[in-house]
Design a protein around this ligand. Structure first.
Ligand SMILES: [Zn+2]
Length: 178
């Protein structure tokens, strides 16, 4: 149940920023933790002349996703986990990392940009162990793996293109020995 908390000035600014990133309205409600965010988010989308994105959240580790995009999600996931290690709250880390990305990549064409809502669902998946950041034994590069995506013997590291061994997810170990 999402509460109907009255929005404050900080919430309004954050909603405007999230709309600029083209975040899904339901993600905006989840981040602001108030159903009142919906109306303002929709107003902002209308004002910007942009249709709010919807549909099921994509995965940053989908194999059909362009390699440069998968690299960017994995690089951000490294930053995200570093921020959490440094004591930053999950949501704050998720927003800070994307904000940095957005500022650095403001001028690049939309199709070469990663999506805010995919990023948000990626951080949620990392938090609950559905996705993991795995280190390549060959190049030490880190790449995201999704436990819902079937691993093949032909899968390659996004950074060095070396074949990667089958990864056993921490969650699957937990369920096996629980
Ligand atoms: Zn590698």
């Amino acid at each position: 149940m999402i509460e109907k908390r009255i929005l404050n000035a900080r919430d309004y600014l954050l909603i405007e920023e999230l709309v600029e990133w083209e975040t899904k309205v339901k993600d905006i409600i989840w981040i602001i933790i108030s159903s009142k965010a919906e109306l303002y988010a929709k107003q902002c989308y209308k004002k910007n002349g942009v249709r709010p994105p919807n549909g099921v959240p994509g995965s940053a580790s989908t194999k059909s996703l362009r390699l440069d995009l998968r690299m960017q999600y994995s690089a951000l996931a490294v930053e995200y986990l570093n921020a959490i290690d440094n004591g930053i709250h999950r949501n704050e880390a998720m927003l800070t990392v994307f904000r940095m990305y957005w500022k650095l990549n403001f001028n690049i064409p939309k199709k070469t940009k990663i999506k805010a809502s995919v990023w948000i669902s990626t951080t949620r998946n990392i938090n609950c162990g559905i996705e993991e950041l795995v280190t390549c034994y060959r190049c030490s590069g880190k790449y995201l793996l999704d436990s819902n995506v079937i691993q093949l013997n032909s899968d390659r590291c996004i950074w060095c293109n070396h074949l990667i061994p089958k990864h056993i997810f921490k969650n699957s170990i937990k369920t096996k020995f629980a």
